[in-house]
Each structure stands twice: as C-alpha cells, then as structure tokens.
Design a protein around this ligand. Sequence first.
Ligand SMILES: *Cc1c(COP(=O)(O)O)cnc(C)c1O
Ligand code: SF4
Length: 358
Amino acid sequence: MNEKLQGRTITSMAQLSEHLELSDEEKAFQEEKKYLPVAIPSYFFSLINPDDPLDPLRRQVVPTVHEQIEETLEDMDPLEEVEYSVNDRLIHRYTSRVAFLVTDICPMYCRHCFRRRFTGTFQGPATREQIESAASYIQQHPKITEILLTGGDMMTLSDTRIDEMISIFRSACPHLVIRLCTRTPASYPARITNNLISMLKKHTTAPFYVMTQFNHPRELTEQAKEAIAKFVNAGIPAMNQTVLLRGVNDDVDTLESLCNALVFARVKPYYLFQGDLVSGTAHFRVPLQKGMELEQELRKRLSGLAMPVYAIDLPQGGGKVPLSKKYVEETNGCGLWTFTTVEGDKRTYADPETTGQR
Ligand SMILES: *Cc1c(COP(=O)(O)O)cnc(C)c1O
Ligand code: SF4
C-alpha cells in the first residue's frame, strides 16, 4: 500500500484514483449526485486486490455508476422505519426491542447500505436529550427487553460518549440487553481497544452482544479476529449479520467458508440478509430463487452453529421473515404432514390426533 495512506481514510473519488486504477463503471460515478459519502479506511483499502476491478471487497466500498440507477420499486426507506419511529433516533418496530440510531457516521460507507436515508447525512451523534428521551420511552414500555445501538456505526463515538450513553440507558433500564451493532471489527479493527472493552465491562447489570457485519471471508483478517476476541474474552458474545451481495458473496463456497471462519473466530452467524429494495442497490441484489438455493445448499454443508437464518426485511415495514425453500406441506388436512428432506427425499410425520396418542 502507498505509504502516504497509512492510517488515513480515502474520502473522495479523486483521492481514490491516486491509489487505484478506476474501472469505467467506477469513473462514471458522479460524486456530486451521490446518496452516500465515500469513505474507505486505509486498513480496508489494503485488503483490496488493486488488479481486480471485480474484487469482492472493492465492490462493497468503491461506488459505481450503478448506484445512481433507481429502480421503480426502490425507495430510500423501504422498511418504513420513519413510520415506526418514536422520534428521529428511536425505531420501535417489534414489541420487545428497539433500534436507537446513535449516529449517522461510519468509518467506512458500504455501497449496499440499506439505511442510506440516514447514514452519512452528517447529522452527527445523538444529543444527550435524544438519548434521555429514548431511555424514558423504554422505561415506559416494559415489554422492551433489548436495544440495538446502531446507525451509522456507534464505534465512531469516543469511549467517553459511549460510556455516557450506556450509563443513561442502563440507569433508566438496568436489565435492558444492549446490542452493539458495528462494522468496525471488519472496517477499522484498530478502533476496538482495551480501553473500550474495560469501559463496557463496568456496565454489569445486563449483557451486551456485539453484532458484526462480515460479508466475505477475506474480511476476517488477524486484526479483525483480534478485535472480535476482545469482545468475546470480555464475556460479550459476538453474532454476525451478512448481507447477501451479488458479486461479493453470492456463491455457496464463499458463504460456507465465511460462516465456518466466523464460528472459528467465535462469532455465531446470525442472519444472512436478502438485499432490501433500497434506492441504488439493484446491482447488489441476488434473485430470491438463487438465494433460497444457496440457503438449501448451505443447510446441507454447515453445522447448525454455522448456519445463519436467511431473512428478508419486508417492504412497507412488514418486518423480518425467514426465507427458505419449503420443507413442510400438510397433505391430507387430518394432521398427516409430508416433508421434503434437505437432500430432497420425502418423509411423513403425524400429529397426535391421527395416531390416537392423545
Ligand atoms: C432487525 C431489527 C431489529 C432486531 O430484530 P431481530 O430479529 O431481533 O434481530 C429490531 N428493530 C429493527 C427496527 C430492526 O430492523
Ligand atoms: S457500516 Fe452499516 S450503517 Fe455504515 S454504511 Fe455500512 S451498512 Fe451502512
């Protein structure tokens, strides 16, 4: 890597072109018309193979002209998060959990980001008032058991600010499980410092979970694994959410090795997400039929521990539902069920009523 870049972040196409020979589709990207800023930390940039215009890591962070094509059914907010928002930072879509938008800033902007209505809009970190108002909302809704600290990437805040925010949530709701949603173990692992971990360890009334986003096995570098180990060694379990992305990870061998490498790094593959209908991301979306075939093949190859749930977050705020090829069908309506095994064979299973075991 170019020495000049060490420790810095590429934030413009002009800067990028000094370090990388841009392809025609990258050159055709019109920066002034962008939805999302450009940001590629030197660490992540160093993982890109500069000689391959279709490098799976490059595709995730270097914009192309395809990002500026809007398909008819696409929307800036297909999940209608705004509709489900309690205020401009708190989304209450599911009874038991809320998502808090800590900040819109990320160390690295992913070209597939589904929250681009908010991400990188330079609104900055939530204010103390916004945090306090979210905490009191949660206090008034005792069915809420979990909060997702998300964004943007919450790890762009200083340790002090994260500490203050967690203190507010934990003092209002001591038993709230906190999910730390962050891509920094993949995008900028040096951010995961011992200091950050010792600060988190002070907050002991309820567990933390760290929710990472690794999309390709090459992102699981030694540094990334060290960052994960810091959380896990501190008693913070790690779960990963992968976005299924065309040209990045839409083949079964890549997903298989990613999931196995995650388990080996003590990260549970949690979700594999179908791409949302977000403006300018059609080139990343994998057809559902292919996604379900990948899921079926993964289910044959992977252990239960390594197998993520393939899920879609439905448009118009429909929420997440699992996706898989149909394994079960009721045939005779009297409780006799027919199944298709993972290998494609047929099996039947009977409910108690039909076998007289009641
Ligand atoms: C995905 C999501 C959650 C968490 O859902 P889980 O299925 O529990 O992981 C919570 N709130 C919002 C708005 C979400 O999009
Ligand atoms: S880190 Fe997350 S919020 Fe930030 S750009 Fe990537 S996907 Fe979007």
